[in-house]
Design a protein around this ligand. Structure first.
Ligand code: BGC
Length: 758
């Protein structure tokens, strides 16, 4: 039996003494100024004692543009364009921890270069289903893959003297009703699925800060949640950094003050009225809240500041960072290249031969679309973004005739929000989003009813607007389809670039279905009739249904892959880069196949119960034997790999821990160099408790020249065999037989072996 050991993070004694000294010197007002925002992205400073304000910025795909301090209006200085990094979903598809580290390095350096202390990234929520609007900002459906990439990412960021702020803690699995929704989850699921990446972020990544999520967890808002913030985060995991609230996630002064929530941020300019501003000060003065809780918060903030070299003598040695460097762009290109996923290449149509393509027709709006400026708080002001069309044209040069046709119509959406969308989104959500009944103590039943009615009316208007848009798309498409089909007939090659955009992949709302918008399915079917060999490529942040996938010969998928997307795209299509991305999430054939479609516990307001427990994503498809369109871990290469010689060796690790050494050989049997990600799943043979058929526990990505082979050795720890026993509140690795499965994907199993855990 493996008891979970509480990890004591080592605090530096000298720093702790300095912190104590400062805490003693700080007045109540000064302490209060440190624990709440004094600007949309910064806290108050205490200049008298050399304590600067804490400057934060979003987010995962690059450092966000500068706003005025108290309004969501860009300051307009035009010195805040930055490198646009691959989204976390793209990064995860590389299955490459080294690239995660490099991405962290780039983001950290850029954040520091822009004078920031905390970068509000990475987003590491688990993708429970395909429709969550923010999935593009998250890594994977699998906890192991998420944690393996999150840890080096955080280290990369923090090596630049900038704090990572892992978000959104915890179980922030949908955008619908995001400020109020209550996530109900059992302990086992929580500990096995939704917490491990956060735990690793804290204990292995050493994240200096963590963001408390908007939602409720088991009835209590995350930022007021004793169980989550005190017991789990502080006591079990030993976290001694700062908890920062999501922007507007603190609702009640006393409740939030009396748990380990340190910094209250929000979206409104009335900073003195924040819960941790005057209300907290007055409550302390009246003796309703002990000043000790404030001191603890200040300690956590100061500890982070010391680590970031923001205070004390070490300030001189703090890294300066930089942004927009050629080295950053190089790293971003590399990540983009490894992130794209070749889903299908049946007739080996790819790679194309540059010399043979004289007339290329490119169809589809995502060929020319720029994505960096959308998605919600992840939006950035990119220095540049190479679209696929631009990438193809610059790659091919003037000897190839490249014709672009939009193919389908995308309604020009006047942004539903002005620059102030972030404030409004919170305002509206708070006031109009529906609850089953009264949602807070200040609300009367009457006003709750009014709120519901207002919401209903708004929903109806929104749906009517959508219907209108669909109609418009339908009308405009007639002509655009004709144009595209005519051009396709007459080309050497046809590349379709479709998919989603940030009208779909976005903060603040979830997708309604998994279908490609703008009648793309109809166009694709027609295209495949005139050109069966159309190369279908997509850019999007989350899975889509592909009802035509059997007829299609070639499918390439890219998540939002950063400023160099177009260059990576061209290099892959023309074989200068061999694709090596693999899916970090299941691509279901249709949404109805997903467990959230069956149990209905997604996208509803009020509360959602994760009643599927461990069985979502591949764990669900495996158990139910439902074939997805493309399974977790899938991704092709232009070369082939064979796997052989599996050897399993039980050994004793340090502290006599039981470990199993797994080794096998991978050979590149094709004619081109390539990279392969081997995935190791563990399948208990006769488990004492209900367990998933198999679960990912390790993986490795190897790069091999044509004809070369390599021996891979990976150690599985006892923890890898364990499940969480909720009654005993501990992880247990039962003795017994386990199958070790080595796969090129979750379905493409190459080697199997049996091992016994004594
Ligand atoms: C988002 C966070 C983001 C914050 C600050 C919130 O709306 O949920 O992820 O970091 O805003 O922009």
């Amino acid at each position: 039996m493996k008891k979970e050991v509480k990890k004591e993070l080592t605090k530096d004694k000298k720093t702790e003494a300095q912190i104590e000294k400062l805490v003693k010197k700080l007045t109540l007002d000064e302490k209060i100024s440190m624990v709440h925002a004094a600007g949309l992205f910064q806290t108050g400073a205490v200049e008298r004692l050399g304590i600067p304000s804490l400057k934060c910025s979003d987010g995962p795909m690059g450092v966000r543009n500068e706003f005025l301090n108290d309004r969501w209006i860009p300051n307009g200085n035009n010195d805040d364009n930055v490198s646009y990094l691959a989204s976390n979903s793209a990064l995860a598809s590389t299955w490459n921890p080294e690239l995660a580290y490099q991405s962290g390095q780039v983001l950290g350096a850029e954040a520091r270069g822009r004078g920031k202390d905390v970068i509000l990234a990475p987003g590491i929520n688990i993708k429970r289903g395909p429709l969550c609007g923010r999935n593009f900002e998250y890594m994977s459906e699998d906890p192991k893959l998420t944690e393996t990439l999150a840890v080096p990412f955080i280290k990369g960021v923090q090596e630049n003297d900038v704090a990572a702020c892992v978000k959104h803690f915890a179980c922030n699995v949908q955008e619908t009703d995001r400020l109020m929704v209550d996530t109900i989850v059992d302990d086992r699921t929580l500990y096995e699925i939704y917490l491990p990446a956060f735990k690793a972020a804290v204990q292995e990544g050493g994240s200096y800060s963590i963001m408390g999520a908007y939602n409720k967890l088991m009835g209590t808002h995350c930022c007021e949640n004793k169980e989550l913030l005190d017991r789990i985060l502080r006591e079990e995991w030993g976290f001694d950094g700062a908890v920062i609230s999501d922007w507007g996630a603190v609702h009640k002064t006393k409740e939030a003050a009396e748990v380990s929530m340190d910094v209250e941020m929000s979206v409104f300019p009335d900073f003195d009225d924040y819960k941790f501003a005057n209300p907290l000060k007055e409550a302390i003065q009246k003796g309703e809240i002990s000043e000790k809780v404030l001191d603890d918060k200040v300690r956590n903030i100061l500890r982070m500041m010391f680590r970031l070299k923001m205070v004390g003598k070490q300030k001189e040695t703090r890294k300066a960072g930089t942004y927009n460097s050629p080295a950053h762009r190089e790293a971003i290109l590399h990540t983009a290249e490894e992130s794209m996923i070749l889903l299908k290449n049946e007739k080996k149509k790819l790679p194309l031969d540059k010399k043979k393509v004289k007339k290329l027709v490119v169809i589809g709006q995502n060929a020319a679309k720029i994505h960096s400026d959308g998605g919600g708080s992840a939006e950035i002001k990119a220095l540049y973004e190479i679209s696929p069309l631009m990438g193809l044209k610059t790659y091919l040069g003037g000897n190839t005739e490249v014709t672009y046709l939009p193919g389908y119509y995308v309604p020009d959406k006047p942004k539903t929000f002005d620059h102030n969308w972030q404030e409004k989104s919170l305002d509206e959500l708070e006031n109009t989003d529906i609850g089953v009944a009264v949602r807070n103590p200040d609300e009367t039943l009457e006003s709750a009813k009014e709120r519901e009615e207002a919401f209903r009316v708004e929903e109806e208007a929104r749906k009517a607007q959508l219907e209108k848009e669909k109609q418009l798309v339908h009308e405009k498409n007639k002509h655009l389809f004709e144009q595209a089909l005519a051009a396709a007939k007459d080309a050497d090659e046809v590349i379709f670039v479709g998919g989603l955009n940030h009208d779909y992949d976005s903060e603040g709302f979830d997708r309604e279905d998994m279908k490609l918008p703008y009648e793309q399915d109809i166009l694709i079917e027609e295209l495949l009739k005139v050109r069966k060999d159309t190369i279908l490529t997509f850019i999007g942040g989350s899975p889509v249904e592909m009802p035509w996938r059997e007829q299609a010969e070639t499918i390439l998928w890219s998540y939002y892959a950063g400023m160099e997307t177009g260059n990576a795209f061209a290099k892959i299509l023309f074989g200068e880069v061999n694709p090596s991305g693999k899916l970090a999430e299941t691509f279901p054939a249709k949404y109805e196949d997903c467990v959230t479609a069956k149990n209905g516990q997604f996208g509803i307001r009020g509360s959602i119960t994760l009643s599927e427990g461990l069985y979502y994503g591949y764990r669900y498809f495996d158990r139910e034997r439902i074939a997805p369109a493309f399974c977790f871990g899938h991704g092709l290469s232009y070369t082939q790999f064979t796997y052989s010689n599996l050897v399993l060796k039980p050994e004793k690790g340090k502290d006599k821990e039981k470990v199993v050494k797994v080794s096998f050989t991978i050979k590149n049997t094709g004619k081109t160099a390539g990279a392969e990600t081997a995935q190791i799943y563990i399948a208990p043979i006769s488990p004492k408790v209900d367990r998933p058929v198999k679960e990912l526990k390790a993986f490795t990505k190897v790069k091999l020249a044509a004809g070369k082979s390599t021996k891979v050795t990976i150690s599985l720890s006892e923890q890898d065999f364990a499940y969480f026993d909720a009654d005993l509140h501990t992880f247990i690795a039962d003795a017994g037989d386990y199958e070790i499965i080595v796969g090129a994907s979750c379905e493409d199993i190459r080697l199997k072996g049996l091992c016994t855990l004594a």
